[in-house]
Design a protein around this ligand. Structure first.
Ligand code: PLP
Length: 387
């Protein structure tokens, strides 16, 4: 795809709509069609028409998404997977060999922790936990066989902030790769590669897709050689995004900028309400001036995103009760869709980290603040918190 409509000099909103989205060469369709196809006619043995031979290796709909992802993160190569965890698995199996070590964050998506704790460790890969919001702690955690520093910022579910540029310096000096899970921010709010990271990870299930209707994942890198290695493994292991899923993610991305603006505005108002509420013990939102990572977040993010967590006065049962009482905030896992969601991380998304260094407070509630009317959202939360 030649990308005549998209130039790297263009702004994010334009790239989101045009990068990789050339009108279909066969028909002129203005959005890439869903190429629901497994194989391609060859003009004589090995004579590929458009470079496509089998859809695990490449499919035009997935290619359109992958070009778009690379442009949005300011990278050289984007790769689309069946889920965020499939992307993580491909990355880890590309980067690591038995005996290698990874520094992982003390606050992370529960499934990422489970992948290290229960799967990767069985191949003889070592990992240790560090507070990635403290660059000195990350430097101290490095070992001779450390191959990667893994960071999530903002983190899930405590909205911790790690200084990507500072960690990139440490990684570069030590000759290890910095991996940033950019799911909570999305490339509209934060661009890790420009700050010195080597790999960006996404669960496109969340803000990129944005409508709670698809599960997907992505990797974006700034280095062609690493991009080739990842593409080799993606094809060799096969956890690719199917054409319809790729198409849904592309469709979501076109409105990412306007959605993230509204998510951030609404979340700011929700955090304000919670901070002044007598039933709330503590609010976690990087947009709050009292948040420990506020200054770093203000430096590396365009706005502070749609995720807000808080601790409820009265302990675990009180937190569970709040989750049961909202009407507009739907009780459910996941995040990043247009509709607001509420959940109890300790019993739901983060049950797999119980008893580990990543355990989350039992009285914690996590909100994915959607783009409904802010007045309706505030009314719902006020009702659920009670007096
Ligand atoms: C959801 C999520 C993942 C995993 O992605 P899936 O698409 O569910 O496999 C990874 N990281 C973060 C921060 C997430 O929220």
């Amino acid at each position: 795809m030649s990308d005549q409509h998209a130039q790297p000099s263009q702004h994010f909103e334009t790239l989101a709509i045009h990068a990789g989205q050339e009108p279909d060469p066969a028909t002129g369709a203005v959005v890439p069609p869903i190429y629901q196809v497994s194989t391609y006619k060859q003009d004589g043995v090995g004579g590929l028409r458009g470079g496509y031979e089998y859809s695990r290796s490449a499919n035009p709909t997935r290619t359109a998404l992958e070009h778009n992802l690379a442009a949005l993160e300011g990278g050289r190569r984007g790769l689309a997977f069946a889920s965020g965890l499939a992307a993580e698995d491909c990355l880890l199996r590309t980067l690591l060999a038995p005996g290698d070590h990874v520094v992982i964050p003390n606050d992370a998506y529960g499934g990422t922790f489970r992948l290290f704790d229960k799967v990767v460790s069985r191949w003889g890969v070592e990992w240790s936990v560090a507070d990635t919001s403290d660059p000195a702690a990350v430097r101290a955690a490095l070992r001779p066989r450390t191959k990667a520093i893994w960071v999530e910022t903002p983190s899930n579910p405590l909205l911790g902030i790690s200084d990507i540029a500072a960690l990139a310096d440490i990684a570069r000096t030590a000759g290890v790769r910095l991996v940033v899970d950019n799911t909570f921010a999305s490339p509209y709010l934060q661009q890790p590669l420009a700050l010195g990271a080597d790999v960006v990870v996404h669960s496109t299930t969340k803000y990129m897709g944005g409508h709670s209707d698809v599960v997907g994942g992505a990797l974006v890198v700034g280095d062609d050689t690493l991009g080739e290695e990842l593409a080799y493994h993606q094809n060799a292991m096969g956890a690719i995004a199917g054409p319809f899923d790729a198409w849904l993610v592309m469709r979501g991305i076109k409105t990412l900028a306007v959605r993230m603006d509204r998510h951030s505005e609404n979340a700011t108002r929700v955090a304000e309400l919670l901070a002044s509420h007598p039933k709330v013990a503590e609010v976690f939102y990087p947009g709050r001036p009292e948040h420990a990572g506020h200054e770093v977040a203000a430096k590396q993010m365009r706005a502070f995103g749609g995720m807000v967590s808080f601790r409820v006065v009265g302990g675990e049962q009180a937190a569970v009760d709040v989750c049961d009482r909202t009407e507009l905030f739907t009780l459910g896992e996941s995040l990043g869709g247009v509709e607001s969601l509420i959940e109890h991380p300790g019993r739901m998304t983060h049950a797999s980290v119980a008893g580990s260094a990543l355990e989350v407070p039992a009285d914690l509630v996590r909100l994915s603040v959607g783009i409904e009317s802010i007045d309706d959202l505030l009314t719902d939360l006020t009702g659920a918190l009670g007096r």
